[in-house]
Design a protein around this ligand. Structure first.
Ligand code: GLN
Length: 557
């Protein structure tokens, strides 16, 4: 333990740490707030990295059901993590790695590994301080590896939950040892109950006090709410939550999350952080971001896209967060193409139950099928793909969306009526999608967590194809998350029937992209990988842009 304590006592080598914590309710945009703060500091010339802490026992987000936890975001190194990591990458324009993501499971796993390896040298290993020490160690590691001078750490959940207490304790320890190098930002919520019509500050006061009971005082309070904070309530929060008035930042609901950094800057968030962290005052260069934001306001003409997925239903509510990277990727490419966009989330199970007719797809300019797992909703998706193919509606399939596109083609063009994927029906005689060789043993030994084909892999593109024209490159790197692949035994027959495999793994064995030539369809393309994870506001993804262009073309017909 002694060595850990002395490690903690080392100065933080000029690094600054900004903890972002939540109060009152979850889902008020802590991730976007953390991302926006990162962007403001980056715009001041700092090297910024971001860490997400999820209080779950799960080692990663890969084993969580998307309808419970939202999108599983995948990094270049294959880590399956929280969707907020996607926000960080998009706002900061950086590629993060495994060390930037932490869960309770991950922290405990490492503490136990060290204990088994005698690394605690015979001491009692205790929840406090050894678990917070491990948290601090990981924060410093991420800072070191990325060479950052500012690290933003978002602690998941809200203050007052048992689950995140040890993370708050780690943050408190860091602040105690290095008061000038650590800042706390509390993202709170101020409701306006409809029967009162007045914004209430009391929940925020409680949240601030709950944070105090963990030994932490907020330096800055972000007041989220349906409307802007007025002067009177700003004063109230300042007085009762023990922060200077200037450190209370109003954050009303906005149409586009990309306005938030600019709103924060107007409210002097950057300057306030510089003051709290004793940083020299710098001017922010936000010109590229401003250019991007101005494009989000253009585009009077609107194209309509249907995202046909299977993870939308959550009780009586529709969840679109599950596909957030896809929605954002679509927006970036439409902004770039100068066109507005309207995205509808369509539950494929509603096609199966005939709650909605397939012909409703007619009113859309494009159809997207995202990734997914398992049997439910699959037949609805396949019939939607068929509809898009036969009615020449631009179609873009991502991972499962590509596999199901190949199944649809095999069934309805090749005539293999029972074509399927082993994932859904292992007894099918025509498994046009089959398990990858190295995945068999993993499934048999029930080694399911973090064991898919994950992360960035290289693919080679075939010249003259839709994919090659979009990327304008012979070789690409994209992020993956799958266990199944196109069965090579069917490749030739599918090709003879008109399907083009335009991207392959470097050894040629794995089909990465399937498409139809533009002579037979305006845009009918699927990728085995997830291009959405690499789409950025300042660098839209070429395939999404090609898809949007095809949708614009369809609209004009
Ligand atoms: N379920 C499919 C597979 O494992 C597709 C996965 C996905 O869409 N991410 O191969």
């Amino acid at each position: 333990m002694k060595s850990s304590v002395s490690k903690l006592e080392n100065k933080l080598s000029n690094c600054k740490y900004i903890f972002v914590v939540g109060g009152v309710i979850s889902g008020v945009g802590k991730g976007v707030a953390a991302s926006s703060i990162g962007l403001l500091m980056q715009a001041r010339g700092h090297k910024v990295t971001s860490i997400k802490i999820d209080p779950y026992i799960n080692i990663d987000a890969g084993t969580m059901n998307p309808t419970e936890h939202g999108e599983v975001f995948v990094l270049d190194d294959g880590d399956e993590c929280d969707q907020d990591m996607g926000n960080y990458e998009r706002f900061l324009g950086v590629d993060l790695c495994r060390t930037n993501y932490m869960t309770t499971g991950r922290v405990y796993e490492e503490v136990i590994r060290k204990e088994r390896n005698l690394e605690y040298k015979g001491k009692n290993v205790e929840v406090v301080p050894d678990v917070p020490f491990e948290v601090i160690h990981r924060i410093k590691e991420a800072t070191r590896i990325t060479g950052s001078d500012i690290t933003i750490i978002e602690i998941g959940g809200t203050v007052g939950e048992y689950q995140n207490v040890l993370f708050l304790e780690a943050a408190r320890m860091l602040k105690t040892k290095n008061p000038a190098d650590v800042a706390f930002v509390l993202v709170s919520y101020l409701p306006v109950p409809s029967n009162l019509g007045e914004m209430k500050t009391k929940p925020t006061q409680y949240a601030s006090r709950t944070l105090n009971s963990a030994g932490v005082q907020a330096d800055i309070i972000i007041a989220r709410g349906p409307i802007a904070l007025d002067k009177k309530r700003k004063e109230k929060i300042a007085l009762f939550c023990n922060v200077p008035e200037d450190n209370v930042i109003s954050a009303p609901d906005v149409k586009s999350i990309y306005d938030i950094p600019l709103n924060f800057e107007k409210d002097k968030m950057g300057e306030t952080l510089e003051r709290v962290l004793s940083l020299p005052k710098r001017t922010a260069n936000l010109s590229n971001w401003k250019k991007f934001v101005s494009k989000t306001k253009n585009g009077k003409e609107k194209i309509k896209i249907a995202v046909v997925g299977k993870y939308f239903d959550s009780g009586d509510f529709v969840l679109s967060d599950v596909y957030i990277s896809i929605l954002e990727a679509l927006k970036f490419s439409s902004y770039e193409s100068g066109v507005g966009i309207e995205i509808a989330c369509v539950n494929s199970k509603d096609f199966e139950s005939k709650k909605i007719p397939l012909s409703m797809l007619k009113k859309f300019d494009g159809v997207i099928v995202p990734g997914g797992f398992g049997e439910s909703g699959i037949e609805g998706i396949i019939s939607a793909i068929r509809y898009a193919r036969e009615n020449k509606i631009p179609y873009f399939g991502l991972c499962y969306g590509m596999q199901l596109m190949v199944i649809e083609y095999a069934r309805n063009v090749l005539g293999l009526k029972d074509a399927n994927t082993r994932e859904v029906n292992p007894n099918s005689k025509n498994l046009v999608i089959d398990i990858m060789e190295d995945q068999k043993a993993k499934i048999e030994s029930k080694n399911m967590g973090g064991s898919m084909r994950l992360g960035a892999y290289i693919a080679h593109l075939k010249k003259g194809t839709v994919a090659h024209k979009a990327y304008k490159a012979d070789m690409i790197t994209e992020r993956h998350r799958h266990r199944y692949e196109v069965n090579n035994a069917y490749r030739e027959r599918l090709e003879n029937a008109g399907l083009v495999f335009s991207g392959h793994s470097p050894d040629g064995t794995l089909c990465e992209i399937a498409e139809l030539p533009t002579s037979s369809h305006p845009f009918f393309l699927g990728t085995q990988y997830h291009p959405e994870f690499k789409a950025r506001p300042l660098a839209p993804h070429p395939l999404f842009t090609a898809f949007i262009k095809a949708c614009q073309g369809k609209k004009k017909v």
